[in-house]
Design a protein around this ligand. Sequence first.
Ligand code: GDP
Length: 597
Amino acid sequence: MSDNGRRVNNIILPPTITVRDLAQAIQSSPIDIIKSLMANGVMANINQQIDFDTAAIVAAEMGYEAALETPERAEEETGEIPMWRRAIAVEDPKDLVVRSPVVTILGHVDHGKTTLLDAIRHANVAEGEAGGITQHIGAYQVELKGRTITFLDTPGHAAFTAMRARGAQGADIVVLVVAADDGVMPQTREAIAHAKAARVPIIVALNKIDKPNADRDRVKQQLAEVGLVPDDWDGDTIVVPISAKRRIGIEDLLEAILLIADNMDIQANPKGKVIGTVIEAERDRAKGVLATLLIQNGTLKVGDVVVAGMAHGRLRAMFDHRGRKLHKAGPSSPVSVMGLNDVPQAGDIFQVVETEKVAREVIGERQAAKGSKTSVVRSAVTLEQLFDRFQAGEIRELRLIVKADVQGSLEPIVSSLNDFNKGDIKVNILHAETGNIGENDVMLAAASKAIVIGFNVQPDSAARRLAEAEGVSIRIYDIIYRLTEDVEKALKGMLEPEEKVTIIGHADVRAVFHISKVGNIAGCRVIDGEIRRNARMRVLRNGLPVHEGSISSLKHLQEDVREVRAGFECGIGLKGFDNIQVGDRLECYVVEKVSVA
Ligand code: GDP
């Protein structure tokens, strides 16, 4: 790998970045990045998007320590990029075409989700066209000005949570329905938490504006308070006043969706790998298994062999939401298919494979992997394991869902938990509400890698079962200080890990070379142990430390290397330290964090 100058060693990177942009960001050549990716088993071209974790590994190899963009972004980061998004990310960018946006409607109960879905269906200008009667298949498409929008018509919230919990994240845009006479309610907040966790943009449909007691400004104020500052208040959340019942503002809402879609890269390769999400599925006595699939990449055809979760089969027939027979369907189309041997779950990923034999093999592998996967999920969301994952740098905050018996206890709990927020490490209360712990709380916890804390409440049996299946930790308390003490313990571990320093080697500086744009490089001989590129270095002059910091480059015979052992010569660049002198001794050490919790 060539030397490309390594003066800046800390770098902030977004959750995804193209190879080209990464190369630019770390002043390296794209070729070197591609080589490094290949060495790590990732095949990528210059325009391809790679995720932060991958970028960070590559950056580390080039001597950069990467941090995820902003704390806000980190907050929203859930780690899991859905499989279909990954599939699109590896397509050749020149094959990508714009696909229609997939929208899901969320909101508090009775705020008008169902009415809005009906209103949108009727606003569809193509509705009058010849075709069958509208069928309920869990999704439908509408047309506006020659463009199409796909709506997921699932029982809104529950389905979305289920999909989120499985990391499916099928939607591109969330329409959040808020009734103008009722305002922001618990499920509104929950929906916002989901959309944010999935990093899906939100458009607010301010519904029921026809009602005499509608108070738009009050609701806008509430929206601003939960982080959705309306665009007419200089914020960036589009708020469209509508009446779903009287069909007012529906077209404005659809236009707003298209506007948001235009500002996003909603793309797919119709000729690429066929992959998507199961929207719903059931067993029909006459027709066998009927499944609604949302195609997210590629073109699905009758006769294709599909694997969906643990089900598979050759597609015998395919229909759209009007019951019309189709032979093929492209990205963003929802289709109802016949031919699967079993009922897949909503949220399962489906893909086309070459033969039924391959399908059976894939399912065999999935079955084998199922046991181990459950244990991974299980360990991911207990308080203890969250702490470990924090240590490993995987998470930056303790996410909690707090349920309490009465408002009088909820408020002091939330405020004392918020008091823990210091510095980098945070308690993030995703959702706090009175009432027993239900399935939705567990879903939200599973989807956002949070734990559920209950005060004087119990999980209902469905929540308990789900928590077991998803490995979500539920902790119940009846004394407030015990609750805060436990959280504090976990955070203390996060805040004060003990550091153990181990010296791993020494090198003597025998020459200093000045390299333009790079700075001074110490020509060294390793005296004992080894010098490791990713370790830290102390500069000793006359036995006294004059600098401590990280290594920006380590070379042996012009080659970048990870380590150099005793007896060998090497060139060492030190980050932020140019005053290296012949005769200095370099002490290489590693720092391990030791948990005190
Ligand atoms: P969901 O629970 O969010 O699906 O809410 P629904 O769509 O079932 O609506 C709940 C109630 O609000 C129903 O009685 C609807 O008729 C009524 N509703 C929905 N939208 C409007 C609206 O724009 N104006 C008025 N006045 N009532 C509405």
